[in-house]
Design a protein around this ligand. Structure first.
Ligand code: PMP
Length: 408
């Protein structure tokens, strides 16, 4: 049977050989950022040593090579998302900037008093705050899809909340705090039935499962490079071409214009360039392309199945710890284990377990409304990637038992 060759996968990640406080690094903070394979690191060396040049404007060899690599990545991303056309792929700084682009361009031209934007109780702050900032200015209303005690969105409540006043549903594909996988395909269908658009925040889905924006029928889909084995500073906004074409530019500057004049109105470049003002993160975009190829070489099916095994192993392991409560018990979730422990503060657990070489996340995970709903202001979160092993989970669980013993 097909199973991921984790020894081989780990060989690609130089960072996994380092020690922390004299112990082998056990990196379980993948939902915050994933580590970077050598093949992706090498892109930077290659780019700056051989063909560093500004794109789209040069008529020289280096500029041509950089442009070809940059635009080649747009095609890699198109295939990764199964989008219909490369012009539906806009490069941004990350998921956060992608959502802000939609809010400021699409939002400003489509939202006003009496309109409603539906978000969910599971959202990351980056899919809450842009809508709050805009609602204050434009006078539309934000409504929130509730979660149940497992951290699953209440679909019956959702169907009731979507009305002819709903303009946009903005929801994550996978929750970063709990790992809940949301039924975005079905949610898109419900939204479209009422004439609403749907924006899917895919930051936590892209590293773990194959994405098909056409099957979901997403109007907008966003993800970040640094969570999918790529670099920081780059992300993607997918949007249906007809939407991008109708949307006004957000940021103005070079690269996004057709003709600038003081006498007649400035005209803009075709999509997607209309939304890419200024010099982009060229090396990072090319490196993101390499990261997506790396993912494809292994296969998201294998990665997802491997992470599910790790999650099961970890869930069983911590299940034996007295007074530990797992938050987020959705039947369908990715490799995210969020928990609190009676008599031990999350922050203290995180600090002490770091002394054992184990990196986990503690805090509110940029999802304060969700944690508040569950009556906590912080959790510990272990999150898994393709290179983690069952042995590492054992080190984590043993370490957790030790530090909890010390704190009680
Ligand atoms: N949405 C979700 C679900 C996330 O997990 C994150 C990153 N924690 C973001 C959005 C924001 O991504 P970025 O910081 O890369 O813009």
């Amino acid at each position: 049977d097909l199973t991921l060759d984790v020894v081989r996968v780990r060989r690609d990640f130089p960072i996994l050989e380092r020690e922390v406080h004299g112990k082998p690094l056990v990196y379980l903070d993948n939902a915050a950022t994933s580590q970077t394979p050598q093949q992706v690191i090498e892109v930077f060396d290659d780019y700056y040593a051989r063909y560093n040049a500004n794109i789209h404007r040069g008529l020289h060899t280096l500029a041509d090579e950089a442009t070809a690599a940059f635009e080649g990545t747009r095609e890699t991303v198109r295939v990764f998302l199964n989008a219909g056309e490369t012009r539906e792929i806009v490069f941004t700084r990350g998921t956060t900037e992608a959502i802000n682009l939609v809010a400021n361009s699409w939002g400003r031209t489509n939202l006003g008093p009496g309109d409603e934007v539906l978000i969910s109780h599971l959202e990351h702050h980056s899919n809450i705050v842009p809508w709050q900032l805009l609602a204050g200015e434009l006078g539309f209303t934000i409504k929130v899809i509730p979660v149940d005690e497992r951290g699953v969105l209440d679909q019956a409540a959702y169907r009731d909340l979507v009305t002819e006043r709903t303009r946009l549903v903005a929801v994550n594909h996978v929750s970063n705090a709990f790992g809940t996988v949301n039924p975005v395909r079905e949610m898109a269908r419900v939204a479209h039935e009422q004439g609403a658009r749907i924006l899917v925040d895919g930051a936590q889905a892209a590293p773990h499962q194959a994405i098909d924006v056409r099957d979901i029928d997403a109007d907008f889909y966003a993800f970040s490079g640094h969570k999918v084995y790529g670099p920081t500073g780059v992300g993607v906004l997918y949007a249906k071409a007809e939407l991008l074409e109708a949307m006004p530019p957000w940021q103005g500057g070079g690269e996004m214009i057709r003709m600038v004049s003081f006498e007649t109105p400035t005209t803009f470049a075709d999509i997607p360039h209309k939304f890419e003002a200024g010099t982009p993160a060229i090396a990072e975009v090319i490196a993101l392309g390499r990261a997506l190829q790396w993912v494809d070489e292994i296969g998201l099916g294998l990665i997802g199945a491997w992470e599910a095994r790790l999650l099961e192993h970890a869930t069983q392991g911590v299940g034996a710890i007295e007074g530990l409560r797992i938050l987020g018990t959705a039947p369908e979730k990715t490799g995210v284990l969020s928990f609190v422990v009676d008599g031990a503060h999350s922050q203290d657990i995180g600090l002490l377990i770091d002394q054992l070489g184990v990196a986990i996340r503690t805090g509110h995970h940029c999802a304060q409304p969700l944690l508040a709903h569950f009556g906590v202001d912080a959790t510990c979160r272990a999150s898994f990637a393709a290179y983690n092993t069952p042995e590492e989970i054992d080190v984590f669980v043993d370490g957790l038992e030790r530090v909890i013993g010390m704190l009680r």
